[in-house]
Design a protein around this ligand. Structure first.
Ligand SMILES: NC(=O)c1ccc[n+]([C@@H]2O[C@H](COP(=O)([O-])OP(=O)(O)OC[C@H]3O[C@@H](n4cnc5c(N)ncnc54)[C@H](O)[C@@H]3O)[C@@H](O)[C@H]2O)c1
Length: 349
């Protein structure tokens, strides 16, 4: 797209196409791809001509309504809804094109596993867009845990309580069902949609797989076609630690706007690391006192795309793999199923 662009290996920038020009592409992926010197956005695709027209990309970037019209690519970025990910990953597998796919990989385990296997059989990488891993916050926690800054990690509390863009299409008028929110609920609810990030971080920080010990759900609305709870609490364990994930998309969802609660606490034998988004608080508390770690946002699309450049250039990178995506999706689905089974058995909700 521009002559001054170069890849990390000094060659021409890597040619990237994106499918699914919706919300996360608009605020996260597309600006980050356009800002990354090692990547060249060579086309965008969406089945909706309106979404395509509104995509925040320069006029010179070709827009298409079918992947069949994509030019030659070095990587495909998949930011379509979870139900369409498999079709788009298949397209790339058939052509030997590496993929960076948004989470969750798919809405069920069999499809997620098949996607990973197809890409492995094709011999091309499948990476998952766990953007939280690239935040300076998540990276710092990873380093500190690895260095033993809090001793042995015994517990983690991962809390994200929000309204998933609110219940109403017209928030101030409190009218209409918010279809974006409904779509996410139909795709599996808060743990499958957002909580896979928290599950992935806990796995990465602990360097261990996680299993589900217990899960309960809370239902606020009777949403058409939805079985998942809007608020879910899961107790997981792995790597010698208990991991508590508390995640809600029903937190003030009928209010004109709400302040979410977003927290990580990593609790070890010798100290605690605490991150609180709203309070802009990121500290290490140990035997010497409380140390400010420097607050930052919990996501980084820019960091993820700098790593995509390294990965496509054959350099060392830390992009989470399809197997990471599958592991997190498995845990999220199992905990959600347990919460639903608990309700059916007369439990909470
Ligand atoms: N990593 C994050 O922080 C983050 C944040 C939000 C959403 N997400 C994930 O990103 C994905 C997209 O979410 P969103 O909120 O942008 O959704 P969205 O509904 O706003 O956008 C999806 C876009 O895909 C298009 N689309 C649908 N089916 C298609 C198909 N078959 N072919 C081509 N285009 C198609 C739609 O027209 C729409 O423009 C989901 O998997 C979601 O879970 C991730």
């Amino acid at each position: 797209m521009s002559a001054e662009r170069f890849s990390s290996s000094g060659g021409p920038p890597h040619r990237v196409g994106l499918v699914g020009c919706g919300a996360v592409a608009g605020y996260g992926h597309l600006p980050a791809i356009l800002a990354e010197p090692g990547l060249d956005l060579v086309a965008v695709c969406d089945i909706s001509p309106e979404r395509l027209a509104a995509a925040p990309v320069p006029e010179v970037v070709p827009r298409c309504t079918s992947l069949a019209d994509m030019p030659e690519l070095d990587a495909l970025v998949v930011t379509s809804p979870a139900g369409a990910h498999a079709e788009h990953v298949d397209w790339a597998a058939e052509r030997g094109v590496p993929v960076l796919c948004e989470k969750p990989l798919a809405v069920d385990e069999a499809t997620s596993a098949a996607m990973v296997e197809r890409m492995e059989s094709a011999g091309v990488p499948l990476w998952v867009g766990f953007t939280y891993r690239f935040s300076p916050v998540a990276r710092r926690i990873h380093e500190l845990v690895k260095a033993g800054a809090v001793g042995q990690v015994r517990a983690m509390r991962m809390v994200f309580l929000w309204d998933l863009h609110g219940a109403f299409e017209d928030r101030p008028g409190r009218a209409g069902v918010n279809q974006r929110r409904l779509g996410r609920m139909r795709e599996g609810g808060p743990l499958v949609d957002c909580g896979v990030h928290q599950i992935d971080l806990a796995r990465w920080w602990l360097g261990a797989g996680l299993s589900v010990d217990h899960a309960t759900g809370v239902w606020f609305d009777d949403l058409d076609g939805v079985v998942a709870p809007e608020h879910l609490t899961a107790q997981l364990s792995g790597g010698g630690a208990q991991v508590h994930v508390d995640i809600s998309v029903g937190y003030g969802h009928r209010a004109p706007s709400t302040l979410p609660t977003f927290t990580y606490e990593v609790i070890g034998t010798d100290g605690v690391i605490r991150y609180r988004r709203q309070e802009r608080d990121f500290v290490l508390i140990d035997s010497e006192g409380t140390h400010d770690l420097g607050w930052a946002h919990e996501k980084s699309f820019g960091g993820m795309y700098a790593d995509l450049t390294r990965a496509l250039g054959g350099q060392v990178h830390e992009l989470p793999t399809g197997r990471d995506g599958l592991a997190a999706t498995r845990v999220a689905l199992e905990a959600t199923d347990r919460a639903i089974a608990g309700r059916a058995a007369g439990g909470h909700g």
